[in-house]
Design a protein around this ligand. Structure first.
Ligand code: UDP
Length: 449
């Protein structure tokens, strides 16, 4: 018999490609051959972002298939993307699997599909290949989507996921409370998109509920009461290949690793790391307020400003800002985030609370400042500040703006908060234990592979 050969297929978004790539690296280290299937569009971006000297050194076999959208179409239009992907990709995937299996090399023995690509689990079932669904968010969020029928029946949401009144709900007494107007699908302004995201959650749940494995990038200790609500869900996190691999192949932007040299020159525990993931967009007023807030703190900072972070064409900074902070502020367009968070000079992490960023900050023991933007980020904020107590929320003023004074005050508060620092280190120890021999990650991971 040949080597086990897994085909991994992520949803085409940065926060989905990275953790599935990390899982793929873990499996490759355990003897698996991996074929990693991006869409053509994402594959091109990933290859472009990869430094030349890493292009041929990858242990993962990278391939791609079309996503069904035209070359110029906007992939940030999620409704369109969902529709095109689920309409056109199943047949391309089937063709690809046939091609690999008929090539005379190792046949595909397992498919690992992002849960958002529930159709891929169906393709695998149809072809008689064992399947794993991979959930890239918290177990608590999955519990919420699994319980959609009960929420409808209780009148909390209607059949389209819409809530008419603001209500606080809690799935169990040790899980974070959720505001019904901030449920993940509620955050989209476009009602059609809201419904697409809502119905997709439900359809994908159905599609993957009989998958052979259901995996998630979390670990048991941080959300124990979510598992009884999620039959069969196997927590195999924290997945942190990016902190040890020389190069994680999956970034959509080229990493600026020179910031690591800059961090080497900063005192221990002195730098605020500011990063809002791959989707967050800032209006100019808020962007300026944040810049002036960072200046006002007087602290060193490393700030990720993606080329598309600003709602306007290109980010413009307040007059003279860059010159005034040049000796203590570093701005990059994409950072090697896991390595940055693991660096001893980092004092706290100002984040949009995406699940990957949350897991990364938690695993490195860094206190958080929470600035959620959309989707599950409000729920993750609640975990961070109310349940785990490893960070603070940034609050907006009456005009919906997080002011420069709020930025300064919360930075001061989190840096001086001994209890938060202690808790952050305790959770880091739990994460370390989970990935060490005999720990939860190792045990659950063995059960999977
Ligand atoms: N990330 C990175 N460099 C950056 C900013 C983000 O490598 O400068 C990575 C980060 O480590 C995480 C992912 O991008 O793995 C973002 O995922 P997350 O779930 O936090 O947010 P999303 O982008 O999905 O909103």
């Amino acid at each position: 018999m040949g080597r086990p050969h897994a085909l991994a297929i992520p949803f085409p978004a940065q926060g989905h490609v990275i953790p599935l790539m990390e899982l793929s690296h873990c499996l490759a280290e355990h003897g698996f051959k991996i074929t990693f299937v991006n869409t053509d569009f994402i594959h091109e971006r990933v290859m472009k972002a990869l430094p030349d000297d890493s292009k041929n050194k990858n242990q993962i076999h990278l391939v791609s298939i079309p996503d069904g959208m035209g070359p110029e179409e906007d992939r940030n239009q999620l409704g369109k993307l969902f529709e095109c992907v689920s309409r056109t990709m199943p047949s391309y995937l089937e063709e690809l699997i046939d091609e690999v299996n008929e090539s005379g090399k190792d046949k595909i023995t397992c498919i690992i599909a992002d849960e958002t690509m529930g159709w891929a689990v169906k393709v695998a079932k149809k072809m008689g290949i064992p399947q794993a669904a991979f959930w890239s968010a918290s177990a608590c969020l999955r519990a919420l989507t699994v319980h959609i029928p009960e929420l409808i029946e209780a009148g909390v949401i209607d059949a389209n996921g819409i809530t008419r009144k603001q209500e606080i709900i809690q799935l169990s007494s040790t899980l974070p409370v959720m505001n019904t107007t901030q449920l993940p699908w509620h955050c989209f302004d476009d009602p059609m998109l809201q419904q697409t995201v809502f119905h997709n959650s439900f359809t994908n749940n159905q599609a993957v509920k009989d998958a052979d494995w259901l995996l998630c990038n979390s670990f048991y200790e941080i959300e124990p009461s979510a598992y009884p609500l999620n039959p069969n869900l196997l927590p195999i996190g924290p997945l942190l290949a990016g902190s040890r691999q020389r190069q994680l192949v999956g970034n959509f932007w080229e990493e600026d690793s020179t910031c690591l040299n800059w961090l080497n020159q900063q005192p221990a525990c002195s730098v605020i790391y500011v990063s809002f993931g791959s989707f967050t967009v800032f209006e100019e007023t808020q962007f300026h307020e944040l810049a002036l807030g960072l200046e006002l703190t007087g602290h060193r900072f490393l700030w990720v400003v993606r080329p598309d972070l600003s709602a306007e064409q290109a980010a413009t900074y307040p007059d003279g800002f860059q010159a005034r902070v040049a000796d203590r502020g570093r701005i990059v367009s994409w950072a090697p985030q896991q390595k940055v968070l693991a660096h001893p000079s980092i004092a706290c992490f100002m984040t949009h609370c995406g699940w990957n960023s949350t897991m990364e900050g938690l695993s490195m023991g860094v206190p958080f400042l929470c600035w959620p933007y959309f989707a599950d980020q409000f729920l993750n904020q609640s975990y961070i500040s109310d349940v785990w107590k490893v960070g603070l929320r940034l609050n907006s003023d009456d005009n919906g703006i997080i002011s420069r004074e709020e930025v300064k005050n919360k930075v001061e508060e989190v840096l001086g908060h001994e209890k938060i620092r202690e808790r952050a280190l305790t959770l880091k120890e739990m994460a370390d234990k989970s990935v060490s021999e005999g720990g939860f990650f190792q045990e659950e991971f063995k059960r999977f592979h």
